[in-house]
Design a protein around this ligand. Structure first.
Ligand SMILES: Cc1cc2nc3c(=O)[nH]c(=O)nc-3n(C[C@H](O)[C@H](O)[C@H](O)COP(=O)(O)OP(=O)(O)OC[C@H]3O[C@@H](n4cnc5c(N)ncnc54)[C@H](O)[C@@H]3O)c2cc1C
Length: 327
């Protein structure tokens, strides 16, 4: 049986939502292919391994439950994943597209002599071990990427939040034997910085409430924070907002910011410049609020509200609070 491996990334002992989404999408892909098994690899202690209701499908998770893997260490992680790939005879390896995987996946590509496709949009159903399609040049063109046929192993990092709702999971966890961690492990990550505690990273959020220059000031973002909190989402920003210093660069979405793939993207007072749209191509539903009916954002929006954000947003928040209270 062919084995596909999914890397489950944890931070502070919690498996990242982006990794859960990747696992679930890989399950959807392999469901169409008999004779393919999905396994997971989890490095570092996890606070809880209650995977029921999180992970879909069937599979085994290999867990390196050691302190040495708590923080990302490139060599250690690469060795662990490469060894697991070899031991399980896996031919494909999937990652969520995160800062960690952007470092680890190329290392493994070299180490395993594997073909690497990064930032693949899973949702189009086009990614498999033969290739994928992706928007390039700020969304002006679609490029097709094919994996190198001569190489037997295929690695992909994907951007996609999950729409999976069916869980009939049969997941078992196998704790790996303690590894021989050696002192030659260079480049350890000594600490991690958590920005805006409590708020999700835009790159991983399923709901993003993003604001543009039309929000007027940093104070204008209080409305967006309130809305994001009600929806359980993250606040995002366009570049001028970050340039003005209203929001941190970590929240910038676009060509020179982060690429996102939420289920819902709410664009508030954002005009819809190509450099911004380039990063939201994988969003599920786009809702735009803009006082200019001709703003380009409406060309890509599924729902549009023509109006002033300072009037529309308070009303939206009020209605949402009412709705949530009645539930
Ligand atoms: C190399 C390069 C890289 C770039 N990278 C990025 C990037 O990563 N991310 C990014 O976002 N941009 C990027 N840009 C900038 C990009 O070209 C646009 O300038 C930018 O996206 C515009 O941001 P905005 O929509 O917030 O502002 P604007 O274009 O000024 O639009 C503001 C919008 O708000 C609306 N508005 C104003 N007031 C209100 C109100 N009260 N209620 C409702 N609507 C209102 C206006 O009608 C307008 O549509 C880049 C540009 C270059 C050249």
């Amino acid at each position: 049986m062919k084995t596909v491996l999914v890397f489950l990334e944890q931070r502070e002992g919690v498996i990242k939502q982006a990794s859960i989404d990747t696992w679930n999408h890989v399950q959807e892909l392999v469901a169409l292919r008999p004779g393919v098994a999905v396994s997971g690899i989890l490095a570092g202690p996890a606070r809880t391994l209650q995977l029921e209701g999180l992970l879909a499908g069937t599979g085994v998770i290999f867990h390196a439950n050691e302190e040495a893997f708590r923080l990302y260490n490139p060599r250690r992680y690469a060795r662990l994943v490469a060894e697991t790939m070899r031991r399980e005879g896996a031919t494909s390896l999937f990652f969520a597209d995160t800062a960690l995987s952007r470092d680890l996946a190329p290392r493994l590509s070299v180490r395993l002599q594997a073909s690497l496709l990064s930032g693949t949009p899973f949702d189009k159903g086009k990614v498999d071990d033969s290739g994928c399609a992706r928007l390039v040049y700020s969304g002006a063109a679609i490029a097709s990427f094919a994996s190198e046929r001569a190489l037997n192993i295929f690695i992909a990092t994907s951007r996609q939040t999950s729409f999976t709702t069916t869980f009939g999971a049969q997941i078992s966890v196998v704790v790996l034997e303690p590894s021989m961690v050696t002192d030659d492990d260079l480049f350890p990550m000594v600490s991690s910085i958590t920005m805006h505690k409590g708020m999700r990273d835009v790159a991983e959020a399923t709901i993003i409430v993003a604001g543009g220059r039309g929000m007027g000031s940093s104070g204008g973002f209080c409305l967006l924070e309130e809305l994001a909190l009600l929806l359980g989402g993250a606040v995002g920003a366009s570049r001028p907002v970050v340039d003005e210093g209203w929001r941190p660069h970590a929240e910038q979405i676009g060509q020179t910011g982060k690429t996102v793939a939420p289920v819902l993207y709410l664009a508030c007072a954002i005009s819809g410049a190509p450099q911004h749209l380039a990063a939201i191509g994988s969003a599920g539903t786009v809702v735009a609020i803009n006082r200019d009916p001709h703003a380009p954002i409406f060309d890509v929006a599924d729902y549009g509200i023509v109006g002033d954000v300072h009037l529309v947003l308070p009303k939206l928040i009020e209605e949402l609070q009412d709705f949530l209270q009645k539930r």
